[in-house]
Every structure is written in C-alpha cells, then in structure tokens.
Design a protein around this ligand. Structure first.
Ligand code: RET
Length: 258
C-alpha cells in the first residue's frame, strides 16, 4: 500500500475544488432542459474540476522534477473550471457568448500552457529562459488584439490579423525555433513523444479558436450556440488532453527508472 502525505496547500486546493463543485449545484435550477450548450458548460466544468484533482494527486505521487509541470496542468484546469461556472451562468441566463470571461480565462491559462513547453524540457535538460519569454510574448500578441477585436475596441479584421501573427510566431518557435531543437536533440523518447503531441495540439486544436472568430465576426457571423459549443469542445482537448500528454511523459520517465 502506498502511503501519501498531503501538504497543506494540496489539501487546500482539493477543498477549493470541492467547494467549487458544490457551489455550482445552486445554479442547477437555471439550466433549461434541452439547452445543449448549457450542458456542455456544465459537463466540462466538472471534467476540469476532476482533472485538477487528478493532476494535483499525480504531482504529489510522481513529484521530483515533474512536480512543477503537473502542478501547472492542475492550475490550468482549475482556473478554467472556475471560469466555466461563470460562463455557464452567463449563457443560461442571457443566451449570449461569455466573451469577457473567456478571454480572462485565456489570458491566464494560455501563457501557463506555453510555459509547459519550457518546463517539460527543463525537467530533462538545461534550457534557456529565452524559450519561455518568446512563447509568452507570442501569446500576448495573439490574445490582446483578438480580445480588442471581439469586444469592439478595434476593427475585427485588424485584431484577427495581428492575433494570427502571434500564433504563427508561437508555431515557429515550437516547430523550428530553439525549443524544437532542444526537443529533437536532447529529449528522451517519452518527452519527445509528449512534445510532439503538445505541438500538434497547439497547431490543430488551437486552430479552432481563430476559425470560430473568423466565422463569428468576419464571414457573415455564426450563431452564438455553435460558437460556444465548438470553443467548449476545443477546451477539452487543449486543456485536459494537453495536461494528460505531460502526465504521460512524467509517468514514463519516472517509471522507467524504477
Ligand atoms: C484553453 C484555451 C486556449 C488554448 C485558447 C486558445 C486561444 C487561441 C489559440 C486564440 C487564437 C486567436 C487567433 C490566432 C487570432 C485572433 C483571434 C484569437 C484570439 C481567437
């Protein structure tokens, strides 16, 4: 039998997740039968909360050099779970897109997801802080104009074009930049596999958001229900599956040594 001792912050985090889950019960009466977008907000908020507990427990079990990246995965799903509660409320009570909450969530979670590329490489070799900073800057160039376009502060096309440049810069770094070179030359097979899965998630999984933006604001507009359900499903891949790819590497690396 494995004996584990939880640290205080880990206990506090678990209590917070449960509190979050139970507080959402009070909002249940607002969910209308047949509101599939509302259901998707509901289901995914719970999946995110459950993932948070999983990643925290695994950060504790696996620990060592992998504790940070697994904890960051938990932070991503925790922040998103919280925002999903609020987004669901906006959706069920107004039937409109919770754009502000979405972007606040992205502004916090996307940089954390980017940091993961740095962290998984740092867990196995020496990497420069430049990788971290370049990915962070790319994230801001992608998200800030996107928000300004969606919220009506700047022209939607200009916001889109600048945002796309930020995303392409991120893709350049992870496909051909320093991060990719470190991954190709110094990473172990397990880390290489998870690096590749993460890289393709950022390419294919992330493309859903600019496509949604394009159809929603530039190509005649789409209905809010479709846009939200598509964004919600994308988040399952880009936040939960992404965390699982990191967990895969952590688990492989540590059990290989045992
Ligand atoms: C967990 C949330 C994630 C991974 C959100 C990712 C969001 C994007 C990749 C957004 C990208 C956009 C562009 C590439 C162009 C401008 C419009 C955006 C902000 C939707």
């Amino acid at each position: 039998m494995i004996k584990t001792t939880l640290k205080t912050w880990q206990k506090a985090a678990i209590v917070a997740v449960f509190a979050l889950g139970s507080s959402s019960v009070f909002a249940a009466e607002m969910l209308q039968s047949g509101d599939f977008v509302g259901y998707s907000f509901w289901l995914i908020s719970m999946a995110l909360a459950a993932s948070t507990i999983f990643f925290l427990m695994e950060a504790l079990r696996i620990g060592g050099k992998w504790a940070t990246s697994l904890t960051v995965s938990a932070l991503v799903t925790f922040i998103a779970a919280f925002h999903y509660m609020y987004m669901r409320e906006v959706w069920v009570s107004t039937g409109t897109s919770p754009t502000d909450f979405r972007y606040i969530d992205w502004l916090l979670t996307v940089p954390l997801l980017m940091i993961e590329f740095y962290l998984i490489l740092a867990a196995i070799t020496k990497v420069s802080g430049g990788i971290f900073w370049r990915l962070l800057i790319g994230t801001l160039v992608m998200l800030v104009p996107g928000y300004m376009g969606e919220a009506g502060y700047i022209n939607t096309t200009i916001g889109f074009v600048i945002g796309m440049l930020g995303w392409f810069y991120i893709l350049y770094e992870i496909f051909a930049g320093e991060a990719s070179k470190v991954a190709a030359t110094q990473a172990t097979p397990a880390v290489q596999k998870s690096y590749n899965l993460m890289k393709w998630t950022v390419t294919v999984g992330w493309s859903i958001y600019p496509i949604g933006y394009f159809f929603g604001y530039m190509a005649g507009g789409t209905d809010a229900a479709t846009l939200n359900i598509v964004y919600n499903l994308a988040d399952v891949v880009n936040k939960i599956a992404f965390g699982l790819f990191i967990w895969y590497a952590a688990n492989e690396e540590t059990s290989a040594k045992a």
